[in-house]
Ligand binder design. Structure first.
Ligand code: SAH
Length: 560
C-alpha cells in the first residue's frame, strides 16, 4: 500500500447522496465527505468533479464516489497508467443500492467494497476472477506483509486459475478460510517467509512478513541504507521484510538516518538497545538485524522522534490555511496556543489534547511544547496569520536557544515552522495590492520594546516612503499610541495618502474600509484591525462594487 494515503474521500454531487455518504464515512476514521460546492454542503467543497477526482487519485487518496461508474472512469482515465501505486476507487449508487470497485485491486479496493457492502446491507459487485474464485486477493496480503514481486504474482494467480493446486509454507493466517485449490504435494507453493527465494522456488509466490528490525547503534556513519541492504543480503533476508530502522535517541537529528529510512521506505524509530525478544539476531556492517516470527508493528517498536510544528492558521477561514498546516494539525497529538486561535484550529478528533492558554504566556507555552515533544509526541503550536510575524515561532526558537545546554532532550525534537497568510497580506489582497511596492511591517505594541524605538522606526519608514502595515495598533492598555504614531506619519506624508483598515479579515463579520490619512480616526481601529498606510504613490479607483481598488504601482517616480 505504499504511496496510498488512507484518509478516504467520499465524493457526492448533491444532497440526495449525503445519507449514504455519512453511512460510509462511519466505517473509516478520518474519512471526509467532499461535496460539489454549488449543490451541497459537506466537509470539503470542490467545484469541478473531474479535476477533483484526478487530484485525489494523484495524491493516493482512496475515493468512494457516489455517482455513476462511467463518470468516475472517464474522470480518472488520464491518470491510469501506473498500476502499482494506485489508490482504491469505487463507485457507489446514491441510494446505497450498489457498490462497484473500479481500480486499486492491489491497494484493497475489494476489501473496501466488501466493507461498504456490509454496511449498506448489499452484495458488492466483485469482478476480479482470482478474488471470486479464491475468496481473497492473493496479491494483496494484509498489513504487515509484502508481496515480493507483483508481475510474478499475477502469473502465479493465472496458474492457479488454470487449475494448478498450491500449498502454504509458513504462517498465513489470513488464508485460513480462503478457497484455494490446495494439495500437500503441489509444485507451486505460497511461501510466507522473511528469507529470499532459494533455487527451485522460482515459481512460488513469495510473501514477506515485515518482521525485521535493523538497529543502527554506531552513529550515523557511511551510507546507512547501503549497509542495511548488504547486511540483509549477507543473511539471505528479503528486503521487503525490513519493518523499521531503530537507532539510539541521541542520533535522532542525524540526517543520514532519516535519509536511509526514506530510501528504504520504512519508519525510523528510536531505542537505546536493539529488540531482545526475537527469534534470531545477526550482526554485520555494524548493524543488528532482529528477526521475529510474525510482523512487527513499527508504532510499538521503540519510540517516535518528537515533532514540534509551529504553524500559522492564516487570518481566520480554513481556506486561507496552507495545506501543510492542515496536515500537521490533523496529525498532532497536542495542540497549544492562545484560546481564541486554538478554537479556530478545531474541530479536533478524539485523542487530540488541546492546551489553551492566555495570550501573554508565550515563553511558558514554548517550553511546554518542547517538553511534550521531547516525550515523543507530535505537538503543534498555533499562531494566527504567520507564526513568524509577531507570533510564536520566535518565542519557540528563543526557548530552544536558551535551553540548549540544560535540556539535551529538546535537541532531539524535530522542529518545523509552517508559514501562514499574515494579516497584512490578507488585508492587502482584499483591498487590491497596496503592498505592491516596498513596504514594512511594524508592531505598535510597546509591551516588548520601548516606545521611543517605535517612534524612531516610524520616522525612518515614513521618511523612506515605505508603505506601512501596523500590527497591534491599539489595545485597552495602550490607548494613546496609535494617535501618536499617526501624528508622526502625518509629518511626512500628505493628508490624501491612502489608508486601508481590515478588521477580522477572513473571519465572520469581516470589514474593509479605505480612507485617507487625514480622515482616519483612531476610534475606527481596534486590536483586531490591520492598518495599512500607503506611500506617496499608493492610489485607488472605483471597483464597481461601491468601494475601491487600492494599489501601489510596481514602479517608482516616472512610469518607465
Ligand atoms: N501572526 C499574526 C499577527 C499577530 S499580531 C499574523 O501574521 O497575522 C496581532 C495583530 O495582527 C492584531 O492586533 C491585528 O493588527 C492583526 N490581525 C491579526 N489577525 C487579523 C485579521 N484577521 N484581520 C485583521 N487584522 C488582524
Amino acid at each position: 500500500m505504499a504511496g496510498v494515503n488512507r484518509e478516504v474521500a467520499i465524493v457526492v454531487l448533491g444532497p440526495g447522496a449525503l445519507d449514504t455518504a455519512r453511512r460510509i464515512q462511519s466505517i473509516y476514521s478520518g474519512a471526509k465527505v467532499h461535496g460539489l460546492a454549488s449543490r451541497v454542503q459537506a466537509d470539503v467543497a470542490f467545484t469541478e468533479l473531474g479535476a477533483h477526482l484526478r487530484a485525489l487519485y494523484a495524491a493516493g487518496t482512496p475515493v468512494v464516489a457516489l455517482c455513476s461508474a462511467g463518470i468516475v472512469i472517464r474522470a480518472i482515465a488520464p491518470c491510469l497508467a501506473n498500476k502499482g501505486a494506485e489508490p482504491p476507487v469505487l463507485a457507489v449508487a446514491e441510494d446505497g443500492s450498489a457498490v462497484v470497485p473500479l481500480v486499486g485491486g492491489l491497494s484493497g479496493v475489494n476489501v473496501m467494497a466488501r466493507q461498504i457492502a456490509r454496511t449498506l446491507d448489499i452484495g458488492p459487485a466483485i469482478t476480479t476472477s482470482g478474488e471470486l474464485r479464491f475468496g481473497t486477493c492473493l496479491l494483496n496480503p494484509p498489513e504487515g506483509y509484502a508481496l515480493a514481486d507483483i508481475e510474478h504474482g499475477k502469473r502465479f494467480v493465472s496458474d492457479l486459475l488454470a487449475g494448478a493446486p498450491t500449498r502454504i509454507e509458513g504462517a498465513a493466517p489470513w488464508l485460513d478460510d480462503a478457497d484455494l485449490p490446495r494439495a500437500p504435494d503441489a509444485r507451486l507453493a505460497i511461501r510466507v517467509t522473511s528469507r529470499v527465494a532459494r533455487p527451485g522456488e522460482g515459481d512460488d509466490l513469495m510473501i514477506h512478513p515485515r518482521c525485521v528490525v535493523a538497529w543502527i547503534g554506531d552513529g550515523a556513519r557511511g551510507d546507512i541504507a547501503e549497509r542495511v541492504r548488504l547486511a540483509l543480503r549477507e543473511h539471505g533476508i528479503a528486503p521487503p521484510s525490513l519493518a523499521v530502522l531503530l537507532a539510539p535517541l541521541r542520533d535522532a537529528a542525524a540526517e543520514p538516518l532519516a535519509e536511509a529510512a526514506r530510501t528504504l521506505g520504512v519508519p525510523l524509530r528510536f531505542s537505546a538497545k536493539p529488540p531482545s525478544d526475537v527469534s534470531e539476531r545477526f550482526t554485520s556492517q555494524g548493524i543488528v538485524l532482529a528477526v521475529s516470527e510474525r510482523p512487527v508493528d513499527p508504532s510499538t517498536t521503540g519510540r517516535a522522534r518528537g515533532k514540534l510544528t509551529v504553524l500559522g492558521l492564516g487570518p481566520g477561514s480554513a481556506d486561507l490555511m496552507v495545506p501543510a498546516a492542515t496536515q500537521a494539525l490533523a496529525q498532532a497529538d497536542d495542540i497549544l496556543g492562545y484560546e481564541t486561535y486554538v478554537r479556530m484550529a478545531g474541530p479536533f478528533r478524539d485523542g487530540q489534547r488541546v492546551h489553551g492558554t492566555d495570550n501573554r504566556e508565550e515563553m511558558q507555552r514554548a517550553r511546554h511544547a518542547f517538553e511534550l515533544a521531547s516525550e515523543g509526541r507530535k505537538v503543534v503550536v498555533v499562531s494566527s496569520g504567520d507564526p513568524g510575524v509577531f507570533a510564536m515561532a520566535a518565542a519557540v526558537l528563543e526557548a530552544l536557544d536558551e535551553a540548549h545546554a540544560r535540556e539535551p532532550a529538546w535537541t532531539t525534537v524535530e522542529l518545523e515552522i509552517v508559514p501562514g497568510v499574515s494579516a497584512a497580506l490578507a488585508t492587502a489582497a482584499r483591498a487590491g495590492a497596496p503592498l505592491g511596492h516596498d513596504f514594512c511591517m511594524l508592531s505598535l505594541s510597546d509591551n516588548l520594546k520601548p516606545w521611543s524605538i517605535i517612534e524612531t522606526r516610524l520616522r525612518h519608514a515614513a521618511e523612506a516612503d515605505l508603505v506601512m502595515a501596523f500590527y497591534n495598533p491599539v489595545s485597552r492598555a495602550r490607548p494613546w499610541q496609535l494617535d501618536r504614531a499617526l501624528d508622526i506619519v502625518r509629518e511626512y506624508r500628505a493628508g490624501a495618502t491612502k489608508v486601508v483598515l481590515g478588521r477580522d479579515i477572513g473571519r465572520p463579520g469581516e470589514t474593509l474600509v479605505t480612507t485617507t490619512l487625514e480622515a482616519l480616526r483612531s476610534a475606527q481601529v481596534d486590536m483586531r484591525t490591520m492598518v495599512i498606510v500607503g506611500s506617496s504613490t499608493t492610489r485607488g479607483f472605483p471597483n464597481g462594487a461601491g468601494s475601491e481598488w487600492v494599489y501601489t504601482p510596481r514602479w517608482y517616480g516616472e512610469k518607465p
